[in-house]
Design a protein around this ligand. Structure first.
Ligand SMILES: Cc1cc2nc3c(=O)[nH]c(=O)nc-3n(C[C@H](O)[C@H](O)[C@H](O)COP(=O)(O)O)c2cc1C
Length: 241
């Protein structure tokens, strides 16, 4: 099984997104998947220019010479595409959105009706791949991922992929702090790894395992109190400098 994972966090391997993504990919590798990981920060991906050359003048090919030339064939050849992003203003990060806009060469310009809804037909030769979302956010509640989930499901419907589910880590920044304090959070990494193994072995991830990734780390009021305290301290420190 070929897996292409893309981490859209500017914090790359040091970020809160990577805390969940990395064990997930490790679980996949453990059971034989061939995994390639890319960071949008290291890639040069220009925004789509909207001139539709990839649909008309040069079908399937964008005129822009950047890292999308390397990445698009990898995405097409993958059995599983993992999109990892922190929530930024209720969506994906900017570089991840640029990347997503640049996948339209994979679709044809025509409209067809699928389940009575307008969609684009895929280009011949495209695989029935699965898409997984890995995300974390600063706010405490799991519903902060709702816009992202709707976005991913819509992409799958339009591009003809199967949405395999999401590894979501609300109040994500708390995880690193709790690790540094030596608090028991390994069950979360174990659940992420297990989700990876399940996806490769069974073709799906169990809802219980995914719930384990998202489990509450600390109560809402306590989290809000700690976050505000930390921000006050940082502001005070900066004032003194
Ligand atoms: C520009 C920006 C926008 C953000 N927007 C949201 C948001 O809409 N909702 C939320 O819960 N967290 C938001 N966050 C918090 C991040 O999702 C959170 O800090 C996350 O842990 C960062 O992940 P990373 O360490 O992998 O970069 C935002 C952070 C930044 C820098």
């Amino acid at each position: 099984m070929k897996v292409v994972a893309i981490n859209g966090s500017p914090n790359m391997g040091e970020g809160n997104t990577a805390l969940i993504l990395d064990p997930f990919l490790e679980g996949m590798r453990e059971v034989g998947a061939e995994v390639e990981l890319f960071y949008t920060k290291k890639l040069k991906i220009n925004p789509c220019q909207g001139e539709l050359n990839c649909w008309l003048k040069t079908p399937g090919k964008c005129f822009q010479k950047d890292d999308m030339q390397m990445l698009l064939p990898k995405i097409t050849g993958a059995d599983v595409l993992v999109l990892a992003t922190p929530v930024y203003v209720d969506g994906v990060t900017g570089p991840m959105k640029n990347l997503l806009d640049r996948i339209i060469p994979l679709a044809q310009p025509f409209f067809e009706l699928r389940d009575g809804h307008c969609r684009h037909p895929a280009r011949p030769g495209s695989k029935d791949s699965q898409l997984v979302l890995v995300s974390n956010c600063g706010f405490w509640e799991t519903d902060n991922f709702d816009p992202l989930l709707i976005h991913m499901e819509a992409i799958c419907k339009n591009m003809g992929n199967k949405f395999a589910g999401a590894l979501l880590r609300p109040h994500g920044p708390a995880l690193k702090v709790m690790m540094e304090m030596g608090m028991p959070v390994n069950d979360i990494f174990d659940a992420a790894k297990e989700a990876g193994r399940q996806l490769v072995k069974d073709g799906k991830m169990s809802p219980e395992t995914l719930k384990g990734v998202s489990r509450e780390l600390l109560p809402l009021q306590m989290y809000v109190g700690i976050v505000n305290q930390k921000f006050r301290e940082s502001l005070e420190l900066l004032k003194k400098k």
